[in-house]
Write a new protein. Structure first.
Length: 176
């Protein structure tokens, strides 16, 4: 009986340690945001975040974009989309204090996500696997932060935010 209890305790401790390595202590594995139009646009949509090991799968469906257009797409530090221009969401989510850049580069903000590309109907559908963030509330967690779509494409070079222009949609990320 003692051996069974000890074995179960060790298994529980191992699970807790694994959860801590992704910034979650027995936390949710999925989060979502509903995008609301900002800066006088008709842009909207949904974004989901799903923990997959030490990576996060981001899936987005964004509507109301100009046909064939490209847009910067980022997690921002504050979960506040109350301002009409979404400036209340603050800067890019950057818990490690790194420069802005492409996710293909090892040195970039945790909140940097590849650009969205709209189809001929003005809808962008995208999936990205990202590192440097988690679906949780810890230092690298996205829950309680905002996801923002910008008017222009991110150039992945300009500091601190990629010169991606006005914020045209914003949504607060919540556990789902």
């Amino acid at each position: 009986m003692t051996r069974v209890f000890f074995g179960l305790a060790m298994a529980g401790a191992a699970a807790a340690l694994a959860a801590c390595s992704t910034g979650n202590l027995i936390g949710p594995s999925t989060a979502a945001a509903t995008l609301a139009a900002k800066s006088g646009t008709q842009t909207g949509g949904t974004v989901t975040f799903t923990q997959q090991g030490d990576m996060v799968m981001v899936k987005a469906v964004v509507t109301g974009l100009a046909p064939g257009s490209e847009h910067g797409f980022h997690v921002h530090e504050k979960g506040d989309c109350s301002a009409p221009d979404a400036m209340s969401a603050g800067g890019h989510f950057n818990p490690e204090g790194r420069p802005h850049g492409s996710t293909a580069s090892p040195d970039h903000h945790a909140g940097d996500i590849p650009n969205l590309k709209a189809d001929a109907n003005g809808t962008a559908r995208a999936e990205f696997m990202l590192h440097g963030m988690s679906v949780g509330t810890g230092k690298d967690g996205v829950i309680g932060r905002a996801v923002v779509v910008h008017k222009d494409p991110d150039d992945y070079k300009s500091q601190p935010a990629g010169n991606s222009g006005a914020r045209i949609a914003c949504g607060v990320i919540a556990a789902s």
